[in-house]
Design a protein around this ligand. Structure first.
Ligand code: PEP
Ligand code: MG
Length: 289
């Protein structure tokens, strides 16, 4: 099956009905792009930055170089970099805090807004890297509009600071992850964001109340549960009405067993692990939407 799938790598992903599906890749370590032919994908749908934060928050130059490397590799294709989603299943020593319930705690954008000293460094690195390619930036774990507005305001403040110092910069489109049920249920509150990216890993665990890292409840943790699929379909339909692009970057996007349901829910834009790229494209070619 894998050999046959490899043949799909070089071609755009098209369903049996002739519908084109955009397929991007998820990366974490910037060096991952050295092993990917940019011609085989539509860009980077999710660059997780927690990897860079490994043992401690990295300085601005280290981040700038990492983001720039990926942007230059992608050329004109889009690269969506997510601001740090520390906490939950992704602790960062010296940054995340001890909590009794980390998945419901100070995680993602919540922690970044609580630690503007750390967040501003990442924002400056992103604004500077943006001149080297087609950058989009998204915020993880958004639950309420105020979080998006405060994050966007920090971007505007840091941009003004860079301009005042004569440093090259560019404001990227700012979007949000849809992975907290409050956003998936009422996406109309976010009509002014540039794009939505559905995080099905977290959305599923929060809708089903089944931790993504607990094998004992894995049978409940299914993106194909009708409750999850209904939310995905509603967010996708809202995006079409409001002219806000909607993609999905959770692991389900690369899972051949889930791809038919995701396309039936209306999605036409998936971002998958590089190792899943060929299989995902092959699975898409079998779907009748
Ligand atoms: C998700 O939650 O689906 C997602 C893509 O983000 P992460 O797995 O990094 O939490
Ligand atoms: Mg997530």
């Amino acid at each position: 099956r894998r050999d046959k799938a490899e043949a799909y790598l070089a071609k755009p992903a098209v369903t049996r009905a002739g519908t084109t599906v955009r397929v991007q890749v998820n990366i974490a370590d910037p060096s991952e792009v050295d092993g990917i032919d940019i011609a085989t994908c539509d860009g980077v749908g999710l660059m997780r930055t927690e990897f860079l934060f490994g043992k401690a928050p990295p300085d601005e130059e280290t981040q700038y170089r990492a983001y720039r490397k990926v942007l230059e590799w992608a050329g004109e294709k889009p690269v969506t970099i997510r601001t740090v989603d520390a906490g939950g299943d992704k602790p960062v020593p010296g940054f995340t805090v001890e909590e009794s319930n980390p998945f419901l705690g100070l995680r993602g954008i919540r922690l970044s807004l609580a630690r503007p000293d750390v967040f501003r460094v990442q924002i400056r690195a992103l604004l500077r890297a943006a001149v080297h390619g087609n950058l989009k930036v998204m915020f993880p774990m958004i639950a309420v509009t105020e979080e998006y507005q405060r994050a966007a305001a920090l971007f505007a403040e840091e941009q003004a600071g860079l301009i005042a110092r004569g440093i090259a910069q560019k404001m990227p489109p700012l979007g949000i992850m849809v992975e907290v049920p409050s956003v998936a249920i009422a996406p109309d509150a976010f009509a002014d964001v540039a794009f939505f990216s559905i995080g099905s890993n977290d959305l599923t665990q929060y809708v089903m109340a089944a931790a993504r890292d607990n094998a004992a409840v894995a049978h409940l943790n299914s993106v194909r549960h009708p409750a999850v699929l209904r939310l995905i379909a509603a967010v996708t339909a809202f995006g079409l009405r409001a002219k806000i692009p909607v993609s999905l970057c959770g692991d389900a996007g690369g899972d051949p067993a889930s791809i038919p349901a995701l396309l039936e829910a209306g999605l036409r834009d998936l971002s998958v692990a590089p190792a899943q790229l060929a299989m995902a494209k092959a699975a898409i070619s079998d779907v009748a939407v």
